[in-house]
Design a binder for this molecule. Structure first.
Ligand SMILES: C[S@@+](CC[C@H](N)C(=O)[O-])C[C@H]1O[C@@H](n2cnc3c(N)ncnc32)[C@H](O)[C@@H]1O
Length: 196
């Protein structure tokens, strides 16, 4: 019997459902959760009920490792501790989820650009990128320009209102500490045209 976290009430769940609408008919068997946690892993296990999920976290990130191992019970889930900016992911995937990962790049000493580039190097046919619209660490214009130049097509782009905004008081941005409120999320469904 599989045990996943109930995400039905979360805006991330509703947003994900909306973003993957245009995937209808696509066979999704192998997923990678690039920057995992119990929410994103559970969303993948729920919406792709026959797929395996590789849940990648930064080595030693026990904030995420413990809930992933304790709150979810599924043979389809594997937790993998690897720094995505240092090692290349060799496996091929049907789908890559990047949910609230890019804003955390600097927490582990990486630049937004480097983490984003390495994630987009993952050999996945489809990507969903989803992050806080107001987060100064996530450069949305850069994301869109990069995708256009590197053979990716944005199939769906949608902004979602966060019904429960949170205040982030001290977010590291280069040498500054900035604050913001998470009033919206921005999501993209992306097709990788470099892979058939
Ligand atoms: C805010 S959490 C993401 C939350 C998660 N998607 C969820 O729904 O619960 C950011 C995630 O990105 C991971 N991460 C950040 N930088 C990373 C890196 N360089 N390599 C691998 N994982 C990284 C962290 O370990 C963490 O799992």
């Amino acid at each position: 019997m599989e045990n996943i976290v109930d995400t039905n009430h979360l805006i991330h769940d509703k947003a994900f459902k909306c973003l993957i609408k245009k995937l209808k008919g696509e066979e999704i068997k192998k997923c990678i959760d690039a920057g995992s946690g119990k929410t994103s892993a559970s969303i993948l296990l729920k919406y792709f009920p026959t797929a395996s999920v590789d849940a990648v976290i930064y080595p030693g990130d026990n904030r995420k490792k413990n809930p992933l191992e304790n709150a979810i019970g599924s043979d389809r889930l594997e937790v993998i501790e690897v720094d995505l900016t240092k090692s290349c992911v060799r496996k091929n995937y049907d789908f890559c989820l990047v949910l609230l990962t890019l804003g955390e790049a600097q927490n582990f000493g990486n630049s937004f650009e480097n983490l984003f580039h390495r994630i987009m190097d993952i050999k996945a046919r489809w990507f969903v990128i989803y992050d806080i619209w107001e987060d100064p660490c996530v450069h949305y214009r850069y994301i869109e320009q990069y995708l256009k130049e590197k053979g990716f097509k944005i199939i769906t782009k949608k902004k979602f209102r966060n019904p429960h905004p949170e205040h982030y008081p001290k977010v590291k941005f280069d040498k500054y500490k900035l604050e913001f409120d998470s009033k919206h999320y921005m999501g993209y469904l992306i097709k990788n045209l470099n892979i058939n």
